[in-house]
Design a protein around this ligand. Structure first.
Ligand code: SAM
Length: 248
């Protein structure tokens, strides 16, 4: 069944109001019409199986048939991603969302190029939402505004902080604990990597430099690889896929 994110206030109401942007997508992309059923989500874990009862020019309505909530695995993965060039951040957000990353912080570092924040932010939000819809996540990951490396390092409070560092770091197995941490922050460099000063600064802020082996991976590949390993060891990559009673 098709899924679609709507604002929390809209999902909580009866009937559920379908606003212009939502309507456009339901009509032209998903080809839904009055009488069709779908799953509406608020991005915070509340879901509703609903039937479309009206599709006007600017507004539509959906009647709730069943409401329930779903929780994601509690592991909080926070990806601090050195901004890559061009459109690659979009790939990072899309695949990171599929891999269950709960928070993204795009990072400006010495070797990244500045991007125009406003225009990108709206597009990035859309990409995260579309990826969450497609992979059936009940909750939307949060996307911070781009931040400087120093600011991000200072703010990070996760009990386990990792920095992917291709120079002078230790294998992952030497730093990963047996007990699942509640949250893990992991820092990935842009195409040019981090400078030695930046790597030292990250270590001063408690980030452990770790290696992913002898091959130098592209920035986006490195983040996905670590996200998948962490999700497998401590998260839900090794669990059964379908919550039994929910409509699909
Ligand atoms: N500085 C490097 C250079 O230009 O030769 C390459 C940087 S790499 C393309 C981009 C980022 O991916 C790095 O900053 C690091 O965070 C991560 N990375 C890639 N391969 C890695 C590996 N084998 N071990 C740890 N981190 C890696």
């Amino acid at each position: 069944m098709h899924r679609f994110f709507v604002p929390p206030s809209a999902l909580a109401a009866t009937p559920i109001l379908l606003e212009n942007g939502t309507l456009h997508h339901l009509r032209t992309v998903l080809r839904l019409s009055v009488g069709d059923e779908l799953i509406l989500l608020d991005g915070g874990g509340a879901l509703c199986h609903a039937r479309i009862t009206r599709m006007g020019k600017k507004q539509g309505l959906a009647e709730p048939l069943a409401r329930w909530s779903e929780e994601e695995h509690p592991l909080r993965l926070h990806l601090l991603q050195g901004l890559p060039k061009g459109e690659k951040m979009e790939l990072v957000l899309q695949k990171g969302t599929e891999l269950g990353v709960k928070r993204f912080t795009p990072i400006f570092s010495q070797r990244t190029q500045r991007v125009k924040g406003g225009a990108k932010a709206a597009r990035w939000e859309k990409i995260v939402q579309e990826a969450a819809r497609q992979c059936r996540r009940p909750s939307l990951p949060s996307l911070d505004r781009p931040s400087s490396l120093v600011e991000a390092l200072e703010k990070e409070k996760a009990p386990l902080k990792l920095m992917l560092w291709e120079e002078g770091s230790v294998p992952l197995s030497q730093v990963l604990p047996c007990e699942p941490p509640s949250a893990i922050a992991f820092l990935v460099g842009p195409e040019g990597g981090f400078s030695f000063e930046e790597a030292a600064l990250a270590q001063e802020h408690g980030f452990l430099p770790v290696s992913l082996g002898p091959r130098i991976l592209r920035s986006e590949t490195a983040g996905f690889t670590l996200a998948a390993i962490l999700q497998y060891l401590y998260g839900d990559l090794n669990s059964s896929p379908v919550p039994a009673a929910a409509p699909r």
